[in-house]
Design a protein around this ligand. Sequence first.
Ligand SMILES: Nc1ncnc2c1ncn2[C@@H]1O[C@H](COP(=O)(O)OP(=O)(O)OP(=O)(O)O)[C@@H](O)[C@H]1O
Length: 281
Amino acid sequence: MNIIETRDLYFCYPDGTEVLKGINFKVKKGEIVSILGPNGAGKSTLFLHFNGILKPTRGEVLIKGKPIKYNKKGLIEVRKTVGLVFQNPDDQIFAPTVQDDVAFGPLNLGLPEDEVRERVKEALKAVGMWEYRDKPPHHLSGGQKKRVAIAGILAMRPEVIVLDEPTAGLDPVGAAQIMKLLYDLNKKGMTIVISTHDVDLVPVYADKVYVIYNGKILKEGTPQEVFSDVETIRKANLRLPRVAHLVEILNKKDNIPIKLGYTIGEVRRNLLEFIKEKCQV
Ligand SMILES: Nc1ncnc2c1ncn2[C@@H]1O[C@H](COP(=O)(O)OP(=O)(O)OP(=O)(O)O)[C@@H](O)[C@H]1O
């Protein structure tokens, strides 16, 4: 079943800027789906449709097969299923302490205090921020704020978590930790949708990739399918993962026919295979 689906989705901001131009997008339960696109392509705008913050100008958004109903009851239902983590955690975090902030969503769902407390603890432990529970969020670093923002969504126990550029602005270790956390959550059954322009990260984690450019989907498929279409990647102002670019140079400039790969692990295997064949070991 598609947990999120958009059908021929168009969106125009009130100032007349047409941002989304016929988006067809599907996420199945249990997948990690990545939307890859340059600045201004429409990623954030698309994500704001997934939990009903924006309403399509034309077309529709379906959650678990049902079109979103844009009334109070319908939107509460959607937000129980789809949790959205904003690009900038400061847009999401506002309570005086970390734990109050994480409690805000579950309290709004009308849950009893005991259950809220339990959910807050579980979510903060999952993101490694439990020791910071009494701190004011504005005293945290950027990476810590991102973790708290994710905890705030986890505490709602959604079925799918949608993250707008979760690694933007983080140092390499912080970015890797966030991706590991998301990967672990996915292994426990959480469906994950991520927008990014980090082409090195996508093939490592994503089951499926959409390339968006100028409000249109240019390509969809597995990371292999998407990155093997170099022309489309370049048309979308993106590039190949660095490790694939290296293989491309070895193939074309140095005439070394190593099989193309998109992650370090894949290229390592292809390289070892090539060496074994050449050296007959
Ligand atoms: N409130 C708004 N009113 C008018 N235009 C807007 C508004 N918000 C965004 N836009 C425009 O919509 C387009 C898409 O923006 P969006 O933030 O969805 O892109 P993005 O792919 O998420 O970009 P980035 O990678 O830079 O975050 C841009 O041209 C932007 O200027």
